[in-house]
Structure formats: structure tokens, C-alpha cells
Design a binder for this molecule. Structure first.
Ligand SMILES: O=C(O)CCC(=O)C(=O)O
Ligand SMILES: [Fe+2]
Length: 335
């Protein structure tokens, strides 16, 4: 008697074409590729060739035809990232229609952040404004940029000491540079070394790190390092649209904090921080038309994801006095 199983075994075209061993190898390959996509690891052209069973020299050739070449492989997209030690590096990601990195939990789609509990003594959450759309005709899915602001972040005594300290360091501020060397992109002066206060702020930020992780809807991680920079924006200063993790040496920055302070009464206007929502284009985050406006309020700290595009609008400070500037400590927490 011919059993059903035997009949299937006998007649199945799949059985003849793909042996279980081939399927097994394919599954292993898919698992490896998935693992690389999830871990965001970069690999060389040779490694990519071995992984996908492609001719690495063909990949090299294709890439020469089109810099930053990108191609689809099954439900993944493979993109050239640049060079490291003269080797071309590639990153693998899920296809854009199923973006893994922006798997936003339903509550993160709300533009509002829950108010801070009373246990955070003296700190008040500012409820973010609803989305503003520059045009009603906004194409594609928009991923709102989560952020929150805490007010009265340092004690009044700490704030006074910080202002006095900043004034004492005025001569040490230097013009800021950015990685692309575009001189018109950022007009600001910075102080890189201010150990007393950078440590104080970093400690305070680390104390609220679990809260940051849950409010921004990201996975918990142990920071590998935290940098901080003190900036002064005086008359005509600004910082055009950018993200904080867009180069290979900043790629592991996960979240950014900006602590604002200035002397009272406030002697500048402008300097708002615009935090753009995101869209995905060619597997990269780009700015959506919508954005939120964060006021650089004295003694407040704003927290957002380093990958979110943002800009600092020009500051008007008629007196041009150092101490009348818009001061901010920007910090980056790396994974
Ligand atoms: O000063 C601000 O509001 C933001 C500064 C900033 O974006 C940066 O330093 O990367
Ligand atoms: Fe920034």
C-alpha cells in the first residue's frame, strides 16, 4: 500500500529540486544575515560575498559604477557604508517597508509624553506640542520623534555656580567645527573641557537613564561612554539641520541631552531647537516636514534620540555680551 507520505515523497518536485541539506544551508544563511541586520554590524565585501554566495569582485565592480551602492537580497537591503582601513564596509538591514529600527511601540506614536511622577522632586515635564505640519500633503509614514523636557534640572545654587564658572572660562571657548568641515553649517563657540560641571550633568543624566530608555521607547543598554560639550550661542549663531550620529565615529550615539541655561533676565531671543520627525528613504532616516519646537528654557534639559534630525534656529543677542548668550551643554550617550 502506498502511504500518503510515500506518495508525497515520490511526487514532490520540491524534494527533487532542493534537498533538505540545501534548505538547511539556506536557513542558516538567512539566520546569519538576519543576525547581522539586527546587530548593525558592518562587514567587508569579501565577507559579504561569502555570506550571500556572491562573487565579491562583481560587488566591487557594481560599487564602482555607483558609489554607496545598495541592493536587495531577499527581504534585506545591503548598503555600502564607506571605508575602514581601505576596506569597503557594508551594512545589512530589513527592507524599508518593515523597518526594524523604527518598530515604534503604539504609545510612542502618540506625540505626548506622560507627565513625570511626583517622585522626581521639583521636576516638571513639559508636554510636547502636537505635530506641526509644514504642508498638509505629507507623504509616506511619519515616525514622530519622541522627546521630553525636564525643568528645574539643577538646584538654584548649582545653576548660579555653573553660570559663574562659565563666565570664568569665557576665554577658552573656541569656534565649533563639524565633521563635514562646512564652515557655514554651524556658528557656535564651544568649550570641550569643563570637568566639574560635565561630570555633575552626566551623573544626573545617568540617574534618569532608565526613565530615558522607557520614555524614548528604546531597548535598555549599558552606556559605553558619554561625552559632553558646553556651547555658547551669541548674536547670529545657529546650527543647521543635522543628526548626532551620522558619521562612523558617532554611529553608536543613542540619545542626546541638551541642558539649557542663561542669565536672568534673558538677553537673547530665538535659538529654538527644532526636532524633526522622521521618514525612511532608501533605508535612511530623513527629516519629515513635521517638527516640534523646544524652547531653550533656563535650567531645563531636553532629551531625544541622537538619530533624529534637529536644528538650532539663529539667536539674536543685541548686546553681544558673552554672558548674555544662550548656553547649553550637549551630551551624547553611546552604546
Ligand atoms: O543647542 C541645542 O539646542 C542643540 C545642540 C546640538 O544639536 C548639538 O550640539 O549637536
Ligand atoms: Fe545636535
Amino acid at each position: 500500500m502506498v502511504t500518503k507520505e510515500k506518495a508525497i515523497q515520490k511526487s514532490s518536485p520540491i524534494k527533487q529540486k532542493f534537498s533538505p541539506i540545501k534548505i538547511d544551508a539556506l536557513l542558516k544563511r538567512l539566520d546569519l544575515v538576519k543576525h547581522l541586520a539586527e546587530s548593525d554590524y558592518w562587514i567587508t565585501t569579501e565577507e559579504l560575498g561569502a555570506l550571500l554566495d556572491f562573487d565579491a569582485s562583481l560587488l566591487e565592480w557594481l560599487n564602482q559604477q555607483e558609489p554607496l551602492y545598495s541592493f536587495s537580497w531577499r527581504n534585506f537591503i545591503v548598503t555600502q557604508q564607506g571605508y575602514q582601513n581601505h576596506a569597503r564596509m557594508w551594512a545589512i538591514a530589513d527592507q524599508p517597508q518593515k523597518p526594524r529600527q523604527v518598530s515604534i511601540a503604539p504609545e510612542r506614536k502618540q506625540p505626548l509624553i506622560q507627565p513625570v511622577s511626583n517622585s522626581e522632586a521639583g521636576r516638571i515635564a513639559i508636554v510636547p506640542e502636537p505635530l506641526k505640519l509644514k504642508s498638509e500633503k505629507d507623504e509616506g509614514e511619519v515616525f514622530p520623534s519622541s522627546y521630553f523636557v525636564l525643568e528645574n534640572f539643577l538646584s538654584p545654587q548649582e545653576l548660579t555656580r555653573f553660570l559663574q564658572y562659565t563666565q570664568s572660562q569665557a576665554a577658552k571657548f573656541v569656534p565649533a567645527t563639524i565633521s563635514t568641515q562646512d564652515v557655514d553649517y554651524r556658528r557656535t563657540k564651544v568649550l570641550h573641557d569643563f570637568p566639574e560641571f560635565s561630570q555633575l550633568l552626566i551623573n544626573r543624566m545617568m540617574a534618569i537613564a532608565p526613565q530615558v530608555v522607557s520614555r524614548l521607547g528604546i531597548q535598555n543598554f549599558t552606556p559605553s561612554s558619554i561625552e559632553a560639550q558646553l556651547t555658547m550661542n551669541n548674536d547670529g549663531n545657529y546650527y543647521k539641520i543635522h543628526n548626532d550620529n551620522g558619521s562612523s565615529d558617532t554611529a553608536n550615539r543613542v540619545w542626546t541631552f541638551v541642558y539649557y541655561f542663561h542669565r536672568e533676565p534673558k538677553a537673547f531671543t530665538g535659538g529654538e531647537l527644532l526636532l524633526y520627525d522622521s521618514k525612511i528613504e532608501n533605508n535612511f532616516y530623513v527629516a519629515a516636514k513635521s517638527y516640534k519646537t523646544i524652547q531653550p528654557k533656563n535650567n531645563s534639559v531636553a532629551v531625544f534620540l541622537s538619530r533624529c534630525l534637529h536644528e538650532v534656529l539663529p539667536v539674536s543677542c543685541p548686546s553681544k555680551q558673552f554672558l548674555d548668550s544662550r548656553f547649553a551643554v550637549t551630551g551624547w550617550v553611546r552604546n
